[in-house]
Design a protein around this ligand. Sequence first.
Ligand code: FMN
Length: 144
Amino acid sequence: GFSSNSWKDTVANCRATGEFTWNLVTRSLAEAMNASSTTAEVDEFDAAGVEVAESVEIAAPRVAASPATFECRVTQIIDLRSATGEASGSWFTVGEVVGVHLDESLLVDGIVDTAAAEPVLRGGGPTTYFGISADQRFDMRRPG
Ligand SMILES: Cc1cc2nc3c(=O)[nH]c(=O)nc-3n(C[C@H](O)[C@H](O)[C@H](O)COP(=O)(O)O)c2cc1C
């Protein structure tokens, strides 16, 4: 799922079509991801120079260069409220994953090697991001 901090095109499209895709942002896609956040009334795929891939189960397009993408059908669009019941002006859209596309070169013994995909994270503040690298990895087993 994802939040929309106002009734944006993305949540409106989800209400209209009942579908969305989730596309992992990697380091090489970061600048295009950022360009796609424009609120201008344009096709963000075109504006950010992002190549489209067709989905299989749904009509919504995917990001061709993303190594991990999910086709999703909307299950809930939740009108987020304060503890006293006031509207917040934000909506949380949740979907069921009905299709998975994964670059199989990321699989090591059947498990996704997250660092190999070089995903990026928001890092606090308006401009900061971080990458994920193998040297930051640690493993833990749950007790009992
Ligand atoms: C890294 C990043 C994360 C973002 N996260 C959110 C978010 O969680 N919720 C949101 O409403 N907008 C978020 N935005 C802004 C949206 O991308 C942008 O407002 C949206 O794409 C506008 O297009 P739309 O009107 O077509 O939906 C984010 C932007 C960036 C660059």
